[in-house]
Design a protein around this ligand. Structure first.
Ligand code: SAH
Length: 402
């Protein structure tokens, strides 16, 4: 097996079980490991630190499969990264969610990459279908094994691949999308989240099809919405809007810039028994629409802001912070006294403390006061492994204004 030796002092993150090895930490590589191939990792003195998947094109040059430091390549076999190992990792990830799927919940994430000790692999279940993404050279290397194991471990009618994401470029991988096992999912697959029903387009939806990470937060908005007028900004296919109506909202306005997304939102409203008297679908840029509403003196009782990731990288965080502040400021001016702002950020580069500060500044500039009643985050099927805090990306605040 090829051996990757780290530079002196560059093993500290690995000793804390953080799974990434950056290119700058690599001192030497024996042989020419292929993309995704398993390499043995050693510190500068030759002490074994474990095994990793090699990513020759990426700044994250290797991702750890195992921290089995007892194994010395060529001396003791240690952990073998083979089909059985891959199968067992997937089995464990799926077993962690055993209690989540139920007759009233037919969709959840089954594998969440580093958080499930499976760098680069995302697998979501939508009813009878799985939707997956291979995001690293290591996940790609084991693709056929992973697909076969998933079909066995989480029986389904079909597995669809949504590796049509730009991050694959960093790994030297082309984008790819298509059926990889069983039957092609229908254009729309129905899922259930408690008493909420949604049509999900696995082939054309965002990410793997839907925003499963907001599951608990939709339930919370449902609970907070009775009798309220709701403005659901960045609505996608209507998730928070439908939750609000199920919770007894008086009226919901859903705003999104994407026409196909709103079309599906309309179908989802009908699927849940709501008609156009109860819900508007507005195709608009939220930044402009909030200003338009202000000029019309519109007021709401509850506003949800769930924008796309404004900061793709750490370098963009200032620009992103301004955007988060802008929408929170505009929204705060549209809330009735006692109104509720539910504001999210899914940018990993904006940490929870900064997001709270941005929100506080926005409310101050809007001339509104209030208090935070809930600190929100991604649902439990998107856990955060303790050594890998980067997995926490979604945070939200519920602020009740004076
Ligand atoms: N709240 C949704 C997920 C929102 S994803 C849910 O729980 O399912 C972000 C959405 O914002 C996408 O649907 C995207 O089309 C939309 N979007 C992105 N930029 C926008 C903008 N400037 N104005 C309006 N919508 C925008």
């Amino acid at each position: 097996m090829n051996v990757v030796k780290l530079s002196k002092g560059r093993d500290s993150s690995l000793l804390r079980r953080h799974p990434w090895i950056f290119s700058g930490a690599v001192a030497s590589v024996s042989g020419q490991p292929a993309a995704g191939e398993t390499v043995a990792i050693q510190d500068s003195t030759g002490k074994a630190l474990g095994f990793a998947a090699w990513s020759p094109e990426s700044q994250i040059r290797a991702r750890m499969w195992s921290f089995d430091s007892d194994a010395t390549p060529g001396v003791t076999p240690g952990v073998i990264i083979d089909e059985e190992f891959i199968h067992e990792r997937l089995r464990r990830a799926i077993a962690r969610r055993a209690g989540l799927l139920s007759p009233t919940r037919s969709a959840c994430r089954l594998v969440y990459a580093e958080a499930d000790d499976f760098p680069g692999l995302i697998v979501d279940r939508y009813g009878d279908y799985l939707s997956c993404q291979f995001l690293s050279a290591g996940a790609e290397f084991w693709r056929d094994t992973i697909i076969a194991a998933l079909a066995q471990l989480s029986p389904c009618l079909g597995i669809y691949e949504r590796s049509d994401v730009t991050v694959r470029k960093h790994e030297g991988l082309a984008q790819r999308q298509g059926l990889v096992h069983g039957q092609e999912p229908p254009e729309q697959v129905q899922i259930q989240e408690q008493d909420r029903l949604f049509m999900v387009s696995i082939q054309h939806g965002h990410k793997t099809g839907y925003y499963l990470d907001q599951y608990d937060n939709r339930s919370l908005v449902q609970r907070l919405s009775a009798g309220k007028t709701v403005l659901n900004c960045f609505s996608y296919t209507g998730g928070f809007g439908i939750a609000a109506l199920k919770g007894g909202a008086a009226h919901v306005t859903n705003v999104d810039s994407s026409a196909p997304t709103l079309e599906l939102a309309g179908q989802n409203l009908a699927l849940n028994g709501f008609d156009t008297d109860q819900a508007d679908l507005v195709q608009a840029n939220v930044f402009e629409y909030l200003r338009e509403l202000k000029s019309k003196n519109a007021l709401y009782d509850l506003i949800v802001l769930d924008p796309p990731k404004f900061a793709e990288t750490k370098h963009q965080f200032k620009k992103a912070a301004r955007a988060y502040k802008d929408i929170a400021l505009q929204a705060a001016q549209l809330l009735n006294p006692g109104g509720t702002l539910v504001s999210f950020s899914c940018s990993g580069a904006i940490d929870p403390a900064l997001f709270q500060k941005i929100t506080a500044d926005a409310l101050l500039d809007a001339g509104r006061q209030g208090r935070i009643t809930h600190y929100l985050h991604q649902a439990e099927d998107h856990p955060v492994a303790l050594p890998f805090p980067e997995a926490l990306y979604l945070k939200g605040l519920v602020c009740v204004l004076d």
